[in-house]
Ligand binder design. Sequence first.
Ligand SMILES: Cc1ncc(COP(=O)(O)O)c(C=O)c1O
Length: 384
Amino acid sequence: MDLTDLETPALILDRTKLDRNVARMREHLTKLKVALRPHVKTAKSIDVLRRVLKDPPGGVEREPGGITVSTLKEAEYFFSNGVRDILYAVGMAPNKLLHIAELRRKGADVALILDSIEAANIVAAKGQELGVEFPALIEIDSDGHRSGIKPGDSMLLDIGGRLHERNGTQLRGVLTHAGDSSNCSSIDKIRALAERERAAVVQCAEALKRAGLPCPVVSVGSTPTATFAERMDGVTEVRAGVYMFFDLVMAGLGVCTLEDIALTVMTSVIGHQPDRNWIITDAGWMAMSRDRGTAKQRVDQGYGVVCDLAGKPIDDLIVAETNQEHGIVADRRGRPVDLARFPVGMLLRVMPNHACATAAQYSQYHVIAGEPVIEAVWPRFSGW
Ligand SMILES: Cc1ncc(COP(=O)(O)O)c(C=O)c1O
């Protein structure tokens, strides 16, 4: 089968790019002497994780190592595929504790994160009630992006003490995610944020240890900071997810180039509007997602960069507008388009703004290796 045999829209994954992205991150973190705990929220596929955990070409496949998940569905799925060491890196909701306890009883080492005494008390009480010990990491806010306690906040030791002393919980360590790296305006700013991310969490780990509390795990990570970090001393693991595929937001930040983007949506031309210089396709916001992450960047890529079937960007064409199942392709500056070059039925591929959001719309990857020949179909899932 090749791409021309598929019905559109379809999600295409270029494995040669995936392998290259994975190898680059692995080499960089090996140089910094720190472990990688890949975040599987983008891929949601054991076939992708196998490539991530695979040793360099020719090497032997390792036992699956630890992963980061964003849903318990990911935890369930990857555990059923042999992954034991799982960090659930979204703040704890009490109604998920029973599910985590069940996974732990089956042998999955699922750890959770929290950032308040209130949550620590709830987790400890539920652990006691269910007769399990929930390992918990304290979430640190290193960049004001989202949740977590600020480095230097005395609450750190209160939460740490509570998790360590009470039955029903164990203090596993500290974690931070410099999510603001996606808003940085230069590589230097990403580099500085990477150091801030590292320093914040190491400072907290040292404070816990000075207070006689354990802190075996010191966890940082986002794709931009992981890519440009220059040191990792004091850190035990780095979490990164979107680096496997990359996307236009990452390219806009300078974290990758357009050539590194492994994920595209294949779409068909279904019509034209000559008076508006529009090409109409069958990939609307259902196929691309509503994500407009490049809107606030220097180059606004609309809903995606339009490429030919080989994956090469075509002139200055972007998906300028979308309806549910319609994409409107136009020149990014509104210049005339030679519509005769894009007959009805022509196949195009579109690079997405946000790989996580676009992939979420599909139940499978059609895998290619540079050429349009489909070498595999890898299932993926969505939802909770
Ligand atoms: C807690 C946490 N860690 C790590 C990551 C990975 O970030 P990225 O996709 O930039 O690699 C995320 C992404 O949302 C996250 O929420």
